[in-house]
Ligand binder design. Sequence first.
Ligand code: M6R
Length: 609
Amino acid sequence: MCGIIGYIGKKDAAPILLKGLKDLEYLGYDSAGLVVHSPEALQVVRTPGKIVELEKAMGGKEYPGTMGVGHTRWATHGEPNKVNTHPHLSFDGKFAVVHNGIIENYMTLKNKLMQKGIEFKSDTDSEVVAHLIAHLYKGDVGKAVLQALNMLQGAFGLGIVSLDNPEMLIGARRGSPLLVGIAKDDLFLSSDVAAVIGHTSKVVYLDDNDVVFMRNDGSHRIVNLHSQEVQREVEEVEFSVEHVEKGGFDHFMLKEIFEQPDSIRNCTRGRLLINEGTAKLSGLATNIKELRSIDRIIITACGTSYYAGMVGEYMIEELAGIPVEVEYASEFRYRNPVIGPNTIVLAISQSGETADTLAALKESQRRGATALGICNVVGSTLARESDGGVYLHVGPEIGVASTKAFTAQVSVLAMIALLLGRMRRVSFEQGVEIAQAMQELPAKVQEILKLNDRIKDIASRFTNAPNFLYLGRHYNYPVAMEGALKLKEISYIHAEGYPAAEIKHGPIALIDENMPVVVVAPKDALFEKVLSNIQEIKARKARVIVVTTEANEHLEQFTDEVIVIPSTLSMLMPILTCIPLQLLAYHIAVLRGNNVDQPRNLTKSVMVE
Ligand code: M6R
């Protein structure tokens, strides 16, 4: 996803836009630009690269004006060079537009405009919006914008500045998040609340096909595409500015890893009913009757959320005996999935904006399923469009590599499994045991974080490895997958996660003295089996790093590095075992000189297919 920040009010717009772009940089950092409505002209500045490059490009020059809009881009259509950078100016210089999303019919519109002699400068789909509005403009900006929007197919979050209308900033949303921040004397337009919480806690989340006209007297008006006025609630945002600051840590990722004792506490607070041995999830209150009669669950998600879903599958099947399938959202949406009358679809997404996950949600609703969501971002599309669901309550996750969202997603899934289990075959005693174990998790995570220096030291011995294997069994198989994903996305080292026993069916051929293998092996029912897998790989001279809950000489004999962490119930172990893997990936990436918060080619939220 790219980031949009707009401002209209009494203050100088340029510094506000620049600061907003820095807050949004985690969403896209291929190129950035902004436009300020200066008395005589629309002043545009844009550069490839990060916001720091934009700042350099602005250096020394005045950008007077109290209204404007900025954009930080994650390139989809067209390479991240200057001409493809937003804002895009219309052919007559009267409109500047920033755009998130994809205009699916841009080629048709572009051809029509070119036939009328309009010259295009970029390879983007977005430029067409600026030219189209200018082409339709006959003195009434609102009319031209609505006419243009009615011609667009696809997804958009738009910020529009008109030279003839210095008193007005326009935003529009369809399938790409956009909100209005309302401060005392000024208004903000943004794709993400992170860019406005430094100014105000009052926001209005726009719905699809909403168009907002924001004025410099602090008022705003929202209409639909037929120009009819619509009312949207002003909501209070719960978190504050320290959530989007590094707070003394070198990177957001490290801060978020260290936040996990608190984030798990916040996620489970008030939801674990120890005395009843169950969980209470108010977002599912209206679905309770249905949850009693479901006979199948499909979990759908992408990336880290998908791996959390895999843990959820094991938990729900174990506690509730309900068959669960986990499917990549990108596959689910294009298959012909079988959805029975008692099937529930559970979509998991930190951002609540991942295009494939949203499409899978819609597809399942189209087929009559109740579709529930697990997400973090309040007011996100997933939260609005699902038929019920659970928030993570962990505050904004800024690091592109997901960490605290994973442990919270697994915690929520554990609570759902407990709830479903108690409706079926989990006894009161077992329920109490699970709820109590969950309550003890934050303190155990805190203990693991004390191993940070030790893990950094281990990382220093593996920074030059070209490949890594991650192995785990049962509940820790998804953790192996997640550990490998963490490593590859921030260190750019090729890594794969496997069920430990599967290694003999092929991957063992990769192993020699240069191959580090991370084995997740808590002392549980499968420990001896995993130990024999470790012996197999050690026999091929692999360098073995093991994460376990109990060290002994026997284990040390076959391993190079042993990381010992506290123990908990098997079903909850992923919440603990993933933490050393997060730290290992983090330190390896930092030691390799990578920017872990802005890994190459990635964005925090993938809003395109
Ligand atoms: O916001 P979502 O949970 O839907 O995002 C899904 C994936 O894009 C995300 O988990 C991605 O894999 C992360 N970069 C992993 O660290």
